[in-house]
Design a protein around this ligand. Sequence first.
Ligand code: ZN
Ligand code: FE
Length: 251
Amino acid sequence: MQIEPIPAFEDNYIWALRHAGQVAVIDPGEAQPVLRFLDRSGEHLAAILVTHRHGDHIGGIAELVARHPVPVYGPALEAAEVVTEPLQDGERLTVLGIDFEVLHLPGHTRGHVAYYRPGSLFCGDVLFGAGCGRVFEGTLDEMHASLARLAALPPETKIYCAHEYTQSCLRFAQRVEPDNPALGRRIAAVAAQRAAGEPSVPSTLAEELDTNPFLRWRSPGVIAAATRWLGRAPANDAETFAAIRLWRDSL
Ligand code: ZN
Ligand code: FE
């Protein structure tokens, strides 16, 4: 299977999975870029996967299924207007002959799901390069628990997120942990990728564990930053995460 990003809007990626002349797309917020991709490749759309209900992730589905009537896999808890195959946490699905596991990861939205197979995670707006999604519907504790599930995946897992936000996230990460040497290296590497017109994603979970302040609630630098924001030491990992998320939201 090949995995390719289809750029959409300003900074979205619609991930295309390609295998044996068939394509599945994840989070098609727009139809036109997907239709152009199918025209160019001569491949057939076989399935659509959805991570959550936001328009920049589902906005193209009606137009796509009008032309290509394919199953639409998505969270059981939301996006019912487009999802034909609702999925719960822990369920498995087979797309293009490849098995994925569904992870329910509430926080950004109530029903947000991610799709995992060994080596690859398609995580929508939960985890970004050096960042994480805003907590719109769930609680900060729920988002922390969702990110903790991802942090426990194998470190070589590639992180296919839905946005090109890495550079702005890295600027904030450096404010949190100015003394983290891995951050300086990543900032330089991502600047080179972006200057060459390349996506900064997928990253690996290992890179995120080294540089993403929203996964580094055990890092002394992140705990110190959370302590400054709160005016006292955080009581636990979830509170460290919450302080960093609230600081980011305040900017
Ligand atoms: Zn979203
Ligand atoms: Fe989004």
